[in-house]
Design a protein around this ligand. Structure first.
Ligand code: BES
Ligand code: MN
Ligand code: ZN
Length: 493
């Protein structure tokens, strides 16, 4: 999809579809009014008849039957200009692009996105993200002709601020699409060693550092938890360490840590039918980290970022780890296994210890960690835990602009006693009630006092239906928020 700017009025431009923003009660902007006049008032009357009120993201496709150079008008609701958010623009242009494409359009021209409280760059960035993300499809394994995507989008606008917004939107959305592409891969094609190869290739292309630890290297290191989780699979585990270093001075160091269980059967505590079907998404934390790092060279942020991905396949077999086993983590702490299905916190324990050795200013881990997070916040919300209030606030603020739903959860010390092992230092499950909190408290044991936040993305990593900005499948959730967080951290040396 080529997204470009062109000064002037789109009423005179040829295209497959002309996107017009409609405000509450069907109010039209300047371009809409101009077109309404060209059509002798028929645009306004058609919107009225369709009871089109301009609610954000609602669309109406109106064929122009040769009366305009554009073959059809796509009217899209954008809500009240005074309160309109960046996310409203993202949703509106996402919806408009998707209906235009589904109506057969290849080229669209569009009114400029705008809102009272939003600068031009942010407005164009949001609309661009919406167009690309809502248009995303995963077609790699289909043998029929791929369905055509939108080819060109031309905004009626001009200037550096708008162009900068388009570029930022493209860079961000491209990263989200990479996370989706990886999350949608079937688990027979994407196992730990393959994920490591993809990380290495990506790093090489983009100029990131990349170091991969295979099973022997993990044994040498002493990463007993990752090794235990991976020992039941023919696909051996990997720890992947990516580093982005800015060309100029660095305003600090952040560690991003991702859980990448390429398939979670539950292991010996095998998941039943009904729970196991979507478990290829249990690697979503890894792609979120890789995708975020992949955007940094182009964004050129003045901040150092370590991306550490702990990858294993959790399988039952004669060689699998079992309940009551005691393993020794990279930190030296011992863990008694209550459930082999609480494997995410184990691989993350080693990855957190590993990352803490880089002494970053802050660490953030991303993991499809608990079903309890989905019960608490539903399947679109991320549960955010953190030992550092400023870091949590920064993450929630970044989520506010990315439109991703995130909500803070408690790390209550009073609950910690339930993680004390009977024979080892810790046990890997505190029970079902409050399950996300126990998982987070377990992870905190491995953070070495470094400011840390944990994002439980078990719900939003996967969508079981088409939504405003996602298809059915992997969503790439958290990538947009992480990129904005790193941007805001870079502004504050
Ligand atoms: N990968 C799952 C969590 C999950 C659930 C991800 C739903 C995506 C959607 C995780 O490894 C797991 O199995 N957690 C257990 C923990 C329990 C055994 C303490 C859970 O949530 O039931
Ligand atoms: Mn599990
Ligand atoms: Zn899991």
């Amino acid at each position: 999809m080529q997204i470009a700017l062109r000064p002037g009025s789109p009423s005179a431009w040829e295209s497959d579809a002309l996107v017009l923003a409609v405000e509450p009660e069907g109010r039209l902007g300047t371009i809409g009014q101009e077109i309404d006049q060209q059509l002798d008032g028929m645009l306004a009357s058609t919107l009225r008849e369709a009871r089109f009120r301009g609610e954000t993201g609602k669309t109406l496709v109106i064929p122009t039957l040769g009366r305009l150079p554009a073959r059809r008008i796509v009217a899209v609701g954008v809500g009240d200009p005074a309160t309109r958010s960046a996310h409203d623009l993202r949703r509106a242009w996402g919806a408009a692009g998707r209906v235009a494409r589904d109506a057969g359009a290849a080229s669209i021209v569009s009114e400029a996105p705008a809102a009272a409280q939003i600068d031009v760059t942010t407005a164009f960035r949001s609309a661009t993200e919406g167009l690309i993300l809502a248009g995303y499809r995963f077609q790699q394994y289909r043998t029929r002709e791929p369905q055509p995507d939108l080819d060109t989008v031309t905004f009626a606008a001009d200037g550096d601020a708008a162009q900068r917004g388009i570029t930022l939107g493209e860079q961000t959305a491209k990263a989200v699409a990479l996370a989706r592409d990886l999350g949608n891969q079937p688990p027979d094609a994407l196992y730990p060693a393959r994920l490591a190869e993809i990380a290495e290739d990506t790093a090489q292309q983009l100029g990131l550092e990349c170091r991969v630890y295979d099973r022997a290297a993990l044994a040498e290191l002493g990463a007993g938890a990752i090794l235990a989780v991976g020992q039941g699979s023919i696909h051996e585990p990997r720890l992947i360490h990516l580093t982005y270093r800015p060309a100029g001075p660095s305003h600090g160091t952040i560690g991003l840590i991702g859980k990448a269980i390429t398939f979670d059967t539950g292991g010996i505590n095998l998941k039943p039918t009904g729970s196991v079907e979507t478990m290829k998404i249990d690697m979503a934390g890894g792609p979120a980290v890789l995708a975020t790092l992949s955007a940094l060279p182009a964004l050129g942020l003045p901040i150092t970022v370590h991306g550490v991905i702990a990858s294993a396949e959790n399988m039952p077999s004669g060689g699998a780890f079992r309940p009551s086993d005691v393993l020794r983590t990279l930190s030296g702490k011992t863990v008694e296994i209550v459930s082999t299905d609480a494997e995410g916190r184990l691989v993350l324990a080693d990855a957190l210890t590993y990352t803490a050795r880089e002494r970053p200013d802050a660490m953030i881990d991303l993991a499809t960690l608990t079903g309890a997070a989905v019960v608490a916040l539903g399947n679109q919300g991320t549960a955010v835990f953190g030992s550092d209030i400023t870091l949590v606030d920064d993450i929630l603020a970044a989520a506010g602009t990315s439109g991703e739903l995130m909500w803070q959860m408690p790390l209550w010390d009073a609950y910690h006693e339930r993680l004390t092992g009977d024979v080892a230092d810790l046990k890997n499950s505190g029970g079902r009630d409050g399950g996300s909190i126990f998982a987070a408290l377990f992870l905190r044991e491995f953070t070495e006092g470094i400011p840390w936040a944990h994002l439980d993305i078990a719900g939003p990593a996967w969508s079981d239906r088409v939504t405003d900005l996602t298809g059915k499948g992997a969503t790439g959730h958290a990538v947009m928020t992480l990129i904005r967080l790193l941007e805001s951290r870079s502004d504050r040396p």
